[in-house]
Design a protein around this ligand. Structure first.
Ligand code: HEC
Ligand code: HEC
Length: 348
């Protein structure tokens, strides 16, 4: 077997393991896996329901077109890409600490980075959405984001000459409906896999500098109980001590349980050096400020995470300046230039 062919087969095996459906090892996929969802070997199984919505070139490209199209907002002024920009790993750009929607309306939360969504079971800072297909609905219908109804978006898409044939080609349907629109967006979103950072190279055997290695050891000791595994989150909801008052109740907004007040989803830290500002409320501008918070800023409250109460001299995670510098050096290894410059995601 030629080397290139071997790689294609290797990639296909990953797809098979990752997707457990419609996999034919002997199928001739050619060497172009541009539109294949490929699970990186060191990642867990994806949870996205690809069996109901397999990624295809036409579906992905349609999802991309929708992602960049302000037609999804009420006044045609805001697209998904306004708040989720590839250069910052699909987080918001610096200038919008809290998201800005139609008519410059301010949201109350910082737009998260969109990465490795196919591996996530729950979405948003409070886990209020439990399937990737329903994440856009929230943005489209939110008054402070796109302020539009799904039904009206569908109506507008039907009236726009370009769209009906694109839906027909992608899904073989005669009439555009909102579930297909959401599936197209999901095909684009689910392909956003970030797995080629310096850290990933390290996992595969490349070297780290001394400072990065020490930073990794400190991170494993002090942070990885919550920011766990290759996705850098255990996807639980926790209070990391930002405040003792909670204008945004976080997880309790979904569960209506007082014990969840002030708890937010542990965010993935992939590409974190690009995704400032930090925390659900965009409280911190830099990673240094984040580490200063864990060191000396943690505030007690009934739901503060027990892991942040252990410290001998008060609350939080004791860190020297030298340790902070090393952890920050490690966090920079999570930046994935391949992902942010991947032309498949660009609106060309
Ligand atoms: C006005 C800014 C804005 C626009 C426009 C916007 N989003 Fe978001 N997005 C956000 C914010 C803020 C959150 C976090 C919401 C929360 O936690 O309640 C978010 C969360 C998400 C998430 C969940 C990510 C995660 O890790 O849980 C996905 C997926 C997403 N948006 C996709 C989209 C798509 C697709 C569109 C276009 C249909 C879109 N967004 C439009 C601001 C925006
Ligand atoms: C007890 C669990 C826990 C521990 C331990 C912990 N974190 Fe966090 N971290 C969280 C939670 C929860 C959030 C989100 C809080 C919010 O937005 O309200 C968060 C947010 C962050 C963010 C902001 C990410 C973003 O996208 O906004 C960074 C950076 C971060 N933590 C780094 C660290 C580092 C570095 C350590 C170790 C020194 C650490 N964390 C230890 C739970 C934890």
């Amino acid at each position: 077997m030629k080397t290139a062919q071997k790689y294609a087969h290797l990639a296909l095996s990953w797809v098979c393991i990752g997707m457990l459906f419609s996999c034919h090892e002997d199928q001739d996929i050619g060497l172009d896996n541009t539109y294949q969802f490929i699970r990186p070997a060191h990642f867990p199984e994806p949870v996205y329901t690809f069996e109901n919505n397999p990624v295809t070139k036409k579906g992905f490209e349609l999802g991309k077109k929708l992602f960049f199209d302000p037609i999804l907002s009420r006044d045609g002024s805001v697209s998904c890409n306004n708040c989720h920009i590839q250069g910052t790993a699909f987080a918001d750009a610096q200038q919008h600490p809290l998201s800005v929607g139609v008519e410059d309306r301010r949201g109350t939360r910082n737009a998260p980075s969109l990465t490795n969504l196919a591996f996530m079971k729950e979405f948003f800072w409070d886990g209020g959405v439990t399937h990737l297909d329903f994440t856009p609905t929230n943005a489209i219908e939110s008054e402070v984001e796109m302020d539009e109804s799904l039904a009206n978006v569908v109506k507008k898409l039907k009236a726009e000459a370009a769209y009906p044939p694109l839906f027909k080609e992608a899904f073989d349907i005669e009439e555009i409906t909102s579930p297909y629109m959401l599936q197209a967006l999901s095909q684009y979103l689910a392909m956003m896999v970030s797995a080629d950072s310096k850290y990933d190279q390290y996992v595969k055997g490349e070297a780290f500098s001394k400072e990065e290695l020490e930073g990794l050891a400190l991170f494993e000791d002090k942070c990885s109980a919550c920011h766990a595994g290759v996705l850098f989150s255990d996807f639980t909801y926790r209070n990391n001590g930002l405040s003792d008052t909670f204008p945004d109740e976080g997880r309790a907004r979904i569960t209506e349980f007082a014990g969840d007040i002030g708890k937010f989803r542990v965010p993935s830290l992939r590409n974190v050096a690009l995704t400032a500002p930090y925390m659900h409320n965009a409280r911190f501008k830099t990673l240094q400020e984040v580490l200063d918070h864990y060191d000396t800023g943690v505030v007690d409250s009934p739901t503060l995470d027990p892991l942040l109460k252990k410290r001998e001299r008060g609350l939080g995670i004791a860190l020297s300046e030298d340790e902070k510098t090393k952890i920050i050096a490690f966090l920079h290894t999570l930046t994935d230039r391949t992902f942010i410059s991947d032309t498949r995601f660009m609106n060309r």
